[in-house]
Write a protein that binds this ligand. Sequence first.
Ligand code: SF4
Length: 288
Amino acid sequence: MSSSERLQPGRGANLVEVPDGAYVYVVRSRRSGGVSVGVDLTPAGACPLACDYCQVPRTERVTSIDRVELARLRIELSSTFQALAERGEQAVDVCFAGSGEPTWSPNFAAALEVAIDVAAGRVPVRVLTSGATLDWERVREPLAGLVARGAGEVWVKLDAWDEATIARFWASRGQARHEARIARFARETPTVLQVLVAARTHGPSIDATRRGLRDAIQRIVAAGAKIQRVSLTTMHRPPGTADQEVSAYDDDALDEIASVVREAGVPVTVAYARPRPAHASTDSVAPT
Ligand code: SF4
């Protein structure tokens, strides 16, 4: 796949009808709890991981990535905020997520500055990352700066708890390395852990999942990480590869997992597969 082709993840059922750009789209986000202005710096799906639940319809790993057109990104963000205002809608955040690993872009830091500048004083900027690039200075420093300036949050993925689960869930290796990367970053920078759990044929049980995640989070916290909270969710749409072995957990299963993950001593917010009243789904968490 050429890097100019677009996969358009997350631009489906929850899309809010405002002009859709090369980099910017708008969704009603369960995770963010409202209208979220999404930024997709990897429209061709470039990502170091190959998660079994990934909703991006790619058939192979994509590793080539173009530079972001910063002027275009600024125009798209500004016009999106204007379009939302004209509709009487209020965004809750600007969220770097999209079709792959947002920090992979060679000019990610400059793109983040554009978003912080446009969002300034309106909404926080959230960066959702796999964590694979957290040791890169050109990624670590802008992410740390985002939080230090009070301009937003960094959310890092943690789905697995040992070598067997990271291999099954992410087609990757190095669970201990991943946890160590998170701990190094989060010792200096308060961080949100984003955890996606799913039911898998012949996969780990709910009990193994909740104990495994609790233990992994405890290890990261014991290593000195400042974890603001855990954002626990499940799949909201089928995987992009139509893998029938992975499916969403229902609300009861999510609650069961959350109840044990909380034993790690950090707040847990839950984004269910279907929306619920906000008060029913979260611990007490300071608004950002
Ligand atoms: S990190 Fe995100 S985009 Fe990359 S494979 Fe996993 S779910 Fe898909």
